[in-house]
Every structure is written in structure tokens, then in C-alpha cells.
Design a protein around this ligand. Structure first.
Ligand code: MN
Length: 693
């Protein structure tokens, strides 16, 4: 890695093993040279844009290339003289980004905007000029990308940043597609950056962009981003995985032979199909190695069967399960119940007479296109929907620019009481990689995260009307709202006719989806009377509002209660907080998402409502992640002292893979100084992330 950092020429050829095998990639140096030479003649497409046009024509034979040529000419002339950090002409970047999107099958408007994506930010070109020359749509997308660029990602854990990003891109996923391709090219060429900058960018990519690529269903971008992040953040594990793959390359690979047998079986059954061996990407090999301990030759790739029609998929499956020994537990039908991100395929695994187990994926060519390119492949979102799709207004796939989950995210971000709540629930949501499907008793289905309860189903189905939910039937039986749902359950929700009923605070313990959590929290916030009685403040910068025991005498007044800020989660304003009465009449205050809160509620402890007073000093625990170097500790504590902040305690963990984690408990004179403090710490050389513990 360090060799690459000192040698700008090393990229983009560096880490050639990271390139996805089996996909053509155009030599960016050639693009660079062609770009340097500039447009060759008035009539001929310049070489550089020619590659993009070629890739575009492969997916859209009738596309109008003249608009791409005009966009290229404007981008090339306005970026002329600007250089990338690698020393290449700047235009190679928008070209490479556009090529990535063209290879995925993006339509002309997206490609036009992609060529121009950095012009408004970095050159004299104005949005008005883009609108005048390329129309409203291109202008709208370029504007969105520019807004996203202006948001400083900083540390991944800054909620407001991500919220802004979603707002900037939320109107149109084509903005997000360009952002993802932009990030992919920047990650490919990250070798020229300082190591701490590489790590910082890699972390944001891991925390924000990879989950979004997954959500948008852009598998091709997601897997490559995952490998690039893996190489930067886990260099040792990356190296051992590379060694595993290299060793495997020297041995006999059983998969081509198995693919041949599959071809023979399908030919004899009269099913026309294309059978390929698809190597797994590095992260996938690493995951399998971790879960299975030892890898066999058939674990390094999967067999992909492509057919014409949906029905053929099941035909192939029947033949496979007849002629080989199926591993039944591996069978999954993502055609009948597609994943949230539009992905459809049949997954199975078969054992061969030699004892190998090969994973097999069966899909149509259209499903393959969507699996690889997700929303990027869905064409012009403003084109008239097919009559089929238009018939069902609930169908999430009607509007590819606003897939259902994205619409929901945007709704939550509007209704979330504060950025921190939004961020916490969003991270939890993005971290979930599995969804279950439950059937509504009145028809239709609900996609929910694994572990979701009837409460989640209620909010997913009824929105705010779920506040009046009083019970549920699961598979016909009456059950409590807190019951967890399983894949394939049928759920019927019972709503009170009486409008006065509302959620109980305990619902939060059983709600996993952001929609439910935010709706319940907001409701409780606006109905403090429901659970709480009012009283006044204590010593800490908090007002204890009071408490009501479940059915017992409610503690009416706590005017003299001593308030302690819990050491486990160190709440600071404006965190959402909950207090608990402890022995001696004191109140311990936790952040609302602290695990201790859930635990105490689980054992039946009633919380006391507490509110922050205007301003006050505060105590906070921060984690600083950095590369180890001499004087780092001294520099960090100096930066902290410079902000007028007192260090209460500090711990430094032993370095792991050359990285060090510092934990500081700090006393701030004013909670409002926290963002500036975190920025100052992040600016210390070697530090790549600072976050709240
Ligand atoms: Mn860019």
C-alpha cells in the first residue's frame, strides 16, 4: 500500500487482482491520452468518448450519441488544464465514471449528467448553462450531484451529513448512481492519497456508500467497492485472502467440470441455457473461509445459469435437483419473493459424486441485468410505466427513482425528532442485510427486517394509524403486539376504533424498523402526559419531569432528585435521554438507545422523563481511530486542551494492524463545542475517525 502511495503511476493498474475477472475494462491511460489530444475533428467522436459510446450502444443501440459528444466537449474544454492528484488530466475522471455507468446500462440522460458532474463544482460552467444546453433533467441531476459533493462527509458517524446527503439525492436515484460510480473511480485511484485519508474515505464508503449500493441493487459496484475497502481497512486479512486465491489458481478447479455436467443435463432436458462459472470476489471468499474454516476448490466461485423465461428457471431447478444431490437447506426462491432491492434469482447448491458442493444461481437474462446494475439498469424513470406496473399503486417497483425504501427513508428523515435519532435508526436499518416477507391478511405482502415484530408490521402497513393498534393475529391466532414475526407469517392487525388510544413506551423495546421507532418516539414526545407527570430540575443540566409506575402509585414529584449521567453512554445535550430512579432517590440518565435502557425496561423498570436545560457543561466519551505514530497521544491531548476541554480519563489500546484506538472521557464547558472539538481531533495527522462512544 505504501508503495502505491508514493507512486502515483501505480494506479489504476495497481491491485490488478482486484479487478473483476471476466469484465472488460478500458485502459484509463488510453482514455487519458485521448483526452489530452482533445477532440480530433468536428464530425468524428473523439476517441475518449468513443469508448463510452461503444459501451452505451451495447445496451441502447438506438441511443442518440450526439448529446454525449456535446457533453464531453463541454466537460473537456472546461476541465482543461486541471489535473487529478495522480497527474492525469482531470477529464479522465468524469470519463471513467461515465464509462462505469455506461457498462452497467445507464440511459443517455444519466451519462450526459455524469460527464458534466464536476463541471459546476470545479469549473466556470454554470447550472444555467447546463440547463440551456442540455435541458432541465440533466441540469437537475448535475445540481443534485454538486450538492452531494458539497456535503463534507467527514466522519461517517455524523448524522446531519448523511441526512443532508439523502435530501440532496433523494429526489432521484440517478444522482445516487452517479455518486456511487464517482466513489468507485475515486476508490480505484485512492493509492495516491495519504494513508489516513485512504482509511477515512474507505470507512465512509463502508458505512454509507456500500449499504446504499446494496439498497439500490447495484451488485457490480458493491462488490468492487467492498474489495477496495477490504484492502485498505484490513490489509492483513486481505493479504491472506489474496494468498488463498493465488494458491487456488495453481490447483485444479472443479467448477468448470461441474458446469459442463450442468450444461449436458440441461441440453438433454431440452432447456436452452447459458452456464457460467463466476469467481467470488475477495470479501466473499474471506467470508466463506471464516464460516467454513477450510476452503475446497468449489468454494472459490459459483455457477450461474442464465435462461430466457421465468418458467425456465424452475425447469432448470427441477433438472438440477433430479440429476445431482441437492443441498436442500441452501435453496432460496428470490423469484417468488424478490428481495427489497429488486433482486430476483433461484439459489441452490448441489453435491457432485466427487463430494464437491457447488452453489448454483438460476435467473433470466433480465433478472441478471437487474442483479448486476440494479436501479442503474432500469432505464428512463420518467418514461411511461408499463400498464402492468401502473395497475398496482402499492407496487414498490413502479418508480425506480424512488424505490420504496428510499421513499420511507425520506419520510423518516422528515419526521425524526433529531438527527441523532434518525442516524441511529438508519444505521441499524442499513446494517440489516436480511429481510423477511410477511403476508397481510387482507392481501399483499410486507417486507420487514429479520426480527421485526407485529408493531413493525403495524406501522409498515398503517403508518400513524398504527398508534391505535391493540392486538394482532399471526397465522390466525391472537398474539401480543411484541411477538416477533417469521418469514412467511400471515399477520392481521387489530386497530382500536377509539381514537384516544396510543402507543406505550414499551413498544420501543419491540420495534426494529425506523418507521415504527420514529413514529412511536414522536408520539410519546408529544404526549408526555400519557406516561409522565411534571416536576422540576435537579443538579445536573437536566430537568426531571417525573414518572408514573405501571399501575402502582406514580412518583409524583422529584424536585430534589440528584441526577447522574450514566457512565456507559455519557449523554450530552441534545441527546434523547431517559432517566431511571435508583436507590436513594437519585435519577440515572441514559441515552435513549443505550442498551441499559432496554435492559431496565425488559425487567419492568419504569423510566422517568428528563429534559435538558438550556446550556450546561457536559461530559462525553470519544473514540479516536488513527494510525500509530510517535507523539500521537501528545498531539491529540494538545488539540483537546486547545479547545478548552478537560480530559477526565484516557485509554489507548494496543495497536492492531498498525491502527490505534484512543478512548477519551472529556469534560466540555459547553456541549455546543462538541462538533468543533471532534473536528479538531480529526485534523490531528494520522487520525482518520473520531466518534461518540
Ligand atoms: Mn467526481
Amino acid at each position: 500500500m505504501s508503495a502505491e502511495a508514493t507512486n502515483p503511476e501505480a494506479h489504476p493498474e495497481a491491485r490488478p487482482e482486484l479487478r473483476r475477472r471476466g469484465r472488460s475494462r478500458i485502459d484509463l491511460r488510453r482514455l487519458g491520452r485521448a483526452a489530452l489530444l482533445g477532440p480530433t475533428s468536428r464530425d468524428r467522436l473523439p476517441d475518449a468518448i468513443g469508448h463510452v459510446a461503444e459501451a452505451h450502444r451495447a445496451h441502447h443501440p438506438d441511443a442518440d450519441m450526439s448529446i454525449l459528444r456535446r457533453a464531453y466537449l463541454l466537460a473537456e474544454s472546461s476541465h482543461r488544464g486541471q489535473m487529478r492528484k495522480s497527474g492525469e488530466p482531470y477529464i479522465t475522471h468524469p470519463l471513467a465514471v461515465t464509462l462505469i455507468l455506461a457498462e452497467l446500462g445507464a440511459e443517455t440522460t444519466t451519462l450526459t449528467a455524469s460527464l458534466l458532474h464536476d463541471t459546476v463544482e470545479d469549473t466556470d460552467v454554470t447550472l444555467d448553462q447546463v440547463r440551456a444546453e442540455f435541458g432541465d433533467e440533466v441540469c437537475f441531476i448535475v445540481d443534485g450531484v454538486t450538492k452531494v459533493e458539497k456535503i463534507d462527509y467527514g466522519a461517517a458517524a455524523e448524522p446531519e451529513t448523511f441526512r443532508k446527503m439523502l435530501v440532496a439525492t433523494g429526489n432521484d436515484v440517478r444522482v445516487m448512481s452517479i455518486k456511487l460510480a464517482d466513489r468507485l473511480h475515486n476508490m480505484r485511484t485512492l493509492g495516491v492519497m495519504r494513508p489516513e485519508k485512504q482509511a477515512r474515505i474507505a470507512k465512509v464508503t463502508r458505512d454509507v456508500l456500500i449499504p446504499l449500493a446494496e439498497r439500490l441493487g447495484v451488485q457490480a459496484l458493491k462488490t468492487e467497492l467492498e474489495d477496495l475497502v477490504f484492502a485498505i481497512l484490513h490489509p492483513d486479512e486481505y493479504e491472506s485472502t489474496r494468498a488463498l486465491i493465488a494458491a487456488h489458481a495453481g490447483e485444479r478447479d472443479p467448477l468448470p467440470g461441474i458446469a459442463d455436467s450442468v450444461r449436458t443435463v440441461l441440453r438433454e432436458a431440452g432447456i436452452s441455457a447459458e452456464v457460467q462459472v463466476r469467481p467470488r470476489h475477495f470479501v466473499s471468499v474471506h467470508r466463506i473461509a471464516r464460516s467454513r474454516g477450510e476452503l475446497r476448490g468449489s468454494d472459490f466461485g459459483r455457477i450461474l445459469v442464465l435462461v430466457g423465461e421465468n418458467a425456465d428457471c424452475y425447469g432448470v431447478l427441477g433438472e438440477l435437483h433430479t440429476c445431482f444431490t441437492p443441498v436442500v437447506s441452501e435453496f432460496k426462491d428470490f423469484i417468488a419473493t424478490p428481495k427489497f432491492n429488486l433482486y430476483q434469482s433461484l439459489h441452490t447448491a448441489v453435491a457432485t459424486p466427487e463430494g464437491y458442493v457447488a452453489e448454483v444461481i438460476v435467473r433470466t437474462r433480465q433478472m441478471h441485468r437487474v442483479a448486476e446494475a440494479g436501479v442503474v439498469a432500469l432505464g428512463n424513470p420518467y418514461a411511461t410505466a408499463t400498464p402492468d406496473a401502473a395497475a398496482d399503486p402499492d407496487e414498490e417497483r413502479v418508480d425506480p427513482t424512488r424505490p420504496g425504501w428510499l421513499s420511507r427513508l425520506l419520510d423518516w428523515q422528515q419526521s425524526a425528532p433529531d438527527p441523532d435519532t434518525f442516524w441511529t435508526v438508519l444505521r441499524a436499518e442499513l446494517a440489516q442485510d436480511r429481510e423477511i416477507t410477511v403476508f397481510r391478511a387482507d392481501g399483499g405482502t410486507l417486507g420487514l427486517p429479520a426480527g421485526a415484530s407485529c408493531i413493525d408490521a403495524a406501522y409498515a402497513q398503517h403508518g400513524e394509524a398504527a398508534h391505535g393498534c391493540i392486538g394482532a393475529r399471526v397465522n390466525g391466532r391472537l398474539t401480543s403486539l411484541s411477538s416477533a414475526l417469521s418469514d412467511g407469517d400471515t399477520v392481521q392487525l387489530l386497530l382500536a376504533q377509539d381514537a384516544s388510544s396510543g402507543p406505550a413506551a414499551e413498544w420501543l423495546d419491540h420495534a426494529r424498523t425506523p418507521a415504527a421507532r420514529i413514529a412511536i418516539s414522536s408520539w410519546l414526545e408529544t404526549h408526555p402526559d400519557r406516561a409522565m407527570a411534571t416536576t422540576t430540575a435537579a443538579r445536573a443540566p437536566l430537568s426531571v419531569v417525573g414518572a408514573r409506575g405501571g399501575g402502582a402509585n406514580a412518583v409524583a414529584d422529584l424536585p430534589d432528585a440528584t441526577v447522574r449521567l450514566a457512565g456507559c453512554c455519557t449523554p450530552v445535550p441534545p441527546d434523547a435521554v431517559a432517566g431511571f430512579l435508583v436507590r436513594g432517590g437519585a435519577v440515572t440518565v441514559h441515552r435513549i438507545h443505550c442498551a441499559a435502557v432496554a435492559q431496565m425496561r425488559a425487567v419492568g423498570r419504569t423510566s422517568v422523563a428528563v429534559h435538558w436545560r438550556a446550556t450546561a457543561d457536559c461530559r462525553v466519551t470519544l473514540l479516536a481511530e488513527s494510525f500509530g505514530r510517535p507523539h500521537l497521544l501528545a498531539d491529540l491531548t494538545e488539540a483537546i486542551a486547545h479547545e478548552g476541554v478537560e480530559v477526565v480519563s484516557a485509554t489507548v489500546e494496543p495497536p492492531v494492524e498498525g491502527r490505534v484506538r484512543h478512548t477519551y472521557t472529556l469534560q466540555l464547558p459547553d456541549a455546543a463545542g462538541l462538533p468543533a472539538l471532534m473536528r479538531a481531533m480529526r485534523d490531528v495527522p494520522g487520525v482518520y475517525d473520531v466518534s461518540r462512544a
